[in-house]
Design a protein around this ligand. Structure first.
Ligand code: PEP
Ligand code: MN
Length: 363
């Protein structure tokens, strides 16, 4: 079922300026007034318009620094007044929302542990009803696209139309170099379903280490995402939370300047003709692929019938392993990766087993 969202694109909120990336930057946590003001000054100096800082911090262990709480909102207000920046923080309850409204926070974001919780999402949506504050929803910690969309729907039903998302990767136990699995596939799926949603990547929480920030930010831009939320601190190594992943404002500026930003599309006539011709070729190839698959299914059905007539089991593992490894070798010779051939052939084989089962049950 398609879940409609009635959204105002980020470019119409009045403060994200193009060209890409739209950038939100600031420390993981507001720690002191000096740290907040010093960081904001550094960011404002090279044109960052939206300042982030966590005021209430969701921490894994009790007793870690859990944020400065409401006093930090006064510092955000001071950032607005001093530098004219918009300010942004994370909320996880009705109380947080009411405090943010009271102190004039311009944008709020919902953290990954909160967007995974429909009770909290509903509480936040109810508290926001009647405002038009932009809300950015981080992906839930687990790779559940429906849960992410459900969080957006709750806000949208409460009348919020300035909605966006922040992709910060998913928890994983797999041995990967990053803190969270980028799982770009889910982000692309969401982007395709809701092209109007302001779409940010958070390379900081994805990476967990500043050495990966550039490659992840570049990837986000290559995928055509609108913006980045990056953690930046005036003195990263002394940060009270997420010290390893934060950048000084100066290093953030260097990172942003070294990104290669490609256009999402081009109005150039020669480009349009060229891309149309290539797409026509792809469409023809796709049609041929589908016809070939249909032919293959017919033969699978005939094999099923033949096995049935001779009382032979459908699954013959040895044979399938042989076919798969032959195809992987042939694919490699043609420049196709093992991953690609194996995923496609396994999907085809699953369908073939289904077709043969149907023949077997069809008496
Ligand atoms: C954050 O942005 O500081 C934060 C806690 O992020 P996440 O919810 O992605 O872990
Ligand atoms: Mn953080």
């Amino acid at each position: 079922m398609a879940h409609e969202l009635d959204i105002i694109p980020g470019t119409e909120w009045g403060f994200f300026t193009l060209p890409r990336p739209m950038c939100i930057a600031g420390p993981c946590s507001a720690e002191t007034e000096e740290q907040v003001m010093e960081t904001a000054k550094g960011l404002n100096a090279f044109g960052i318009h939206v300042f982030r800082a966590g005021i209430w911090k969701p921490r894994t262990h009790p007793g870690s620094f859990e944020g400065v709480g409401t006093p930090g909102l006064k510092w955000l207000k001071k950032v607005k007044e001093t530098y004219g920046m918009k300010v942004c923080t994370e909320v996880a309850s009705e109380k947080h929302v009411l405090e943010c409204i009271k102190y004039g926070v311009d944008v709020i974001w919902i953290g990954a542990r909160t967007s995974a919780n429909p009770f909290l999402m509903q509480e936040i949506a109810d508290a926001l009803e009647g405002t038009d504050i932009p809300v950015l929803v981080k992906n839930p910690v687990n790779p559940d696209l429906d849960l992410w969309i459900g969080a957006l729907e709750r806000l949208n039903r409460a009348g919020l139309r300035k909605l966006g998302v922040i992709h910060r990767g998913f928890s994983t136990s797999a041995p990967i170099p990053y803190r969270n699995d980028p799982g770009w596939k889910i982000a692309i799926e969401l982007r395709t379903r809701y092209p109007k949603l302001a779409f940010f990547a958070d390379p900081s929480h994805m990476a967990g280490d500043r050495k990966y920030l550039l490659e992840l930010s570049q990837r986000a831009m290559d995928l055509g995402l609108d913006g980045l939320m990056v953690e930046s601190h005036c003195d990263p190594s002394c940060a009270w939370s997420d010290a390893k992943q934060q950048l000084t404002p100066h290093d953030l500026q260097t990172l942003l300047e070294s990104l290669v930003i490609r256009d999402n599309t081009s109005e150039n006539e020669a480009y349009k003709e060229g891309i149309d011709a290539l797409r026509t070729r792809i469409d023809v190839l796709d049609e041929n692929l589908i016809k070939l698959l249909a032919d293959r299914c017919k033969v699978s059905g005939q094999i099923g019938q033949y096995k049935k007539d001779h009382n032979v089991a459908i699954l013959q593992a040895g044979r399938w392993e042989q076919v798969l490894s032959d195809m992987i070798e042939k694919g490699k010779a043609l420049g196709l990766s093992e991953e690609c051939v194996s995923a496609i052939m396994n999907a085809i084989h699953d369908e073939s087993v289904r077709v043969q089962n149907r023949v077997l049950e069809g008496d």
